[in-house]
Design a binder for this molecule. Structure first.
Ligand code: 5GP
Ligand code: ZN
Length: 117
């Protein structure tokens, strides 16, 4: 239910979040449990459950999110690159079912994308 979706609640202002960026269609906010010195997420304000459910109608806002990632990462303290992650569904271990692009970085190089083994 969109009513119960935690990220929709953040969009509606029902749950506080440390916002990084906002416009009519996109919201960026810091992850509550950061795993790197810079860790924020970009979401479409409109509820899309996951990338697996995204349709052609969502291409515009998802494209805008990708284009914003670099600008916001530079502003947020990761000028020399960053990592984007979109966990999807059970296999991707997606916890919050409102599509979100994690943007990870900071002053130091990150570890390997997924530990091999
Ligand atoms: P996922 O595993 O679905 O890709 O990532 C969900 C992310 O949302 C996690 O990194 C988690 O820390 C973050 N998160 C969960 N609940 C909240 C919340 O209420 N506020 C914020 N800012 N982040 C949250
Ligand atoms: Zn939602």
């Amino acid at each position: 239910m969109v009513q119960d979706c935690i990220f929709c609640k953040i969009v509606r202002g029902e749950i506080p979040a440390r916002k990084v960026y906002e416009d009519d269609d996109v919201l960026a906010f810091h992850d509550i449990n950061p795993i790197t010195p810079m860790h924020f997420m970009l979401i479409p304000k409109r509820h899309i459950a996951s990338l697996a459910e995204a349709t052609a109608d969502d291409a515009g806002v998802l494209g805008r999110i990708m284009v914003l990632a670099g600008k916001l990462a530079r502003e947020q303290g990761s000028p020399y690159g960053f990592r984007t992650i979109v966990n999807t569904g059970r296999i991707g271990r997606q916890d919050v079912m409102h599509v979100h692009v994690h943007v990870l970085g900071g002053p130091n190089q990150l570890g390997p994308m997924i530990p091999r083994g």
